[in-house]
Ligand binder design. Structure first.
Ligand code: NDP
Length: 444
């Protein structure tokens, strides 16, 4: 059996109950076949077997009290996946669906994404099956304080630096940081996505959405196209989706549909990101509320049909496996020619293959949404240097990083005989740096 097949079979046997983790490992390892053929030393060093095993997983109890005095117990995690090229770095997700499989998938993806940014950050991810939706600020604060009361002993500015993800925005990062500081007495850059008054970086809030559009813009330009005058559908209405809308609009496109987990809105005149920002970040309401602002728009219950809205460019920015073959077929038959992933693994393996086989330009998450973590790394640099850069400085660095990621991925794909395959290119380019660092550091 070929080396990659051997490893895949072993991973499937050992992690049989972790479907999301198996999905990402299958995608990444399959695209590394030509690399393994060219580098027998990786097989000898059992590099893939080491790569698929997290360095450490911490699982812990998170007890907290709600406003009525009732006790609740949640399960928290931190997956410290790979530290070959830098301290573990990756977000925290608070969502009822969170489990070890989802966090291992996200942590594994994070290794290659972080490597692609060109910055010295390893891969990690964490979170909890807590649902912040419908909770009061005080409940969220008490939960965050309890979560950090365990997590603090496992993180540090040179060891592991978490950030936000689904359900973890500025409010949650603030509560987590306050508790870290209280327990340790250290004013350290141990979390990113912090508020601007206490060590946050300008442009971090916008970074993932902006970065997604910078990457997509470069992919379009490289193929003789642009955002100008194009129709865009964006799923989700959270941090990534809101700022992807803003940047796509600035680049000349019109965003006609957005969603949340309940349903989607369609506004053929274009959705103003500021309205979504107010609904989601200020009011913490459902996307249906958009009709109060724009009564001529349409609201459809259920979010999965958003891909039936005709568009030129689709940017899935909600969650994993939200875009399946049915959605992909609808997009293709309506003439969509580019898809770039703002969320992590939003497209199923089959849907990705369909897009690629039909010649749709396809930008994978670990490249296209790397702008968030890249800017988090810039926040770490600013914290270490005790200085802060202007919005324009950070935005320019972000732009350059995203353009480089696109070209490095395209180049890696071409070097290994898969020209135009940006999925394989991102996996290969991200992998090679980590692999070389692991080889240099011996059997660890
Ligand atoms: P937010 O919590 O700000 O927003 C998430 C959005 O996705 C909401 O609109 C939410 O709807 C929707 N959503 C979440 N879960 C589901 C689900 N199961 N089905 C349908 N819709 C869902 O998160 P972010 O914007 O930060 O993250 C979105 C995606 O981007 C995630 O995949 C995340 O891993 C990825 N990402 C985020 C980065 C960041 O910097 N924030 C960086 C890189 C990747 P509802 O409110 O109804 O739950």
């Amino acid at each position: 059996m070929e080396y990659v097949d051997q490893v895949l079979a072993a991973v499937k046997e050992k992690n049989a109950y972790e479907p999301e983790f198996l999905q990402t490992v299958t995608e990444v390892l399959n695209s590394l076949r030509p690399v393994m053929a060219r580098h027998p030393e990786f097989q000898k060093a059992k590099l893939l077997e080491r790569l698929v095993e997290p360095e450490r997983i911490i699982s812990f109890r998170v007890p907290w009290v709600d406003d009525q005095g009732e006790y609740h117990i949640n399960r928290g995690f931190r997956v410290q996946f790979n530290s070959a090229i830098g301290p573990y770095k990756g977000g925290l997700r608070f969502h009822p669906s969170v489990n070890q499989s989802i966090l291992k998938f996200l942590g594994f993806e994070q290794i290659f994404k972080n490597s692609l940014t060109g910055l010295p950050i390893g891969g990690g991810k964490g979170g909890c099956d807590f649902d912040p939706k419908g909770k009061s600020d005080n409940e969220v604060m008490r939960f965050c304080q309890s979560f950090m009361t365990e997590l603090y002993r496992h993180i540090g500015p040179d060891c592991d630096v978490p950030a936000g993800d689904i359900g973890v925005g500025g409010r949650e990062i603030g509560y987590l940081y306050g508790q870290y500081k209280r327990i340790t007495g250290q004013y350290a850059g141990v979390l990113t996505g912090k508020g601007l008054t206490y060590g946050g970086s300008l442009a971090r809030t916008e970074a993932t959405g902006y970065g997604l559009c910078y990457y997509t813009d470069e992919m379009l330009r490289d193929n003789g196209k642009s955002f100008e005058g194009k129709t865009v559908v964006i799923s989700g209405s959270g941090n990534v989706a809101i700022y992807a809308n803003q940047k796509a609009t600035q680049l000349g496109a019109k965003v006609v549909a957005m969603s949340d987990s309940n349903g989607y809105i369609y506004d053929p005149n274009g959705i103003d990101y500021k309205v979504i920002q107010e609904i989601k970040e200020v009011k913490r309401a459902r996307i249906k509320t958009y009709l109060d602002y724009v009564p001529t728009a349409q609201y459809v219950e259920g979010c999965r049909k958003i891909w039936t809205i005709p568009c030129d460019i689709a940017l899935p920015c909600a969650t994993q496996n939200e875009l399946d073959v049915e959605g992909a077929q609808a997009l293709i038959s309506n003439g969509c020619f580019a898809v770039a992933e703002g969320a992590n693994m939003p497209t199923t393996l089959e849907a990705t293959e369909l897009f690629q086989s039909k010649g749709v330009l396809f930008g994978p998450a670990k490249a296209a949404n790397a702008g968030g973590v890249a800017t988090s790394a810039l926040e770490m640099s600013q914290n270490s240097a005790r200085m802060s850069w202007t919005f324009e400085e950070v935005d320019q660095k972000l732009h350059d990083i995203m353009v480089n990621i696109y070209h490095n991925s395209a180049k890696a794909a071409a070097e290994y005989g898969m020209e135009g395959d940006l999925v394989a290119g991102a996996n290969i380019a991200g992998f090679l740096k980590v692999a070389n660092a692991m080889m240099a550091q011996g059997l660890v």
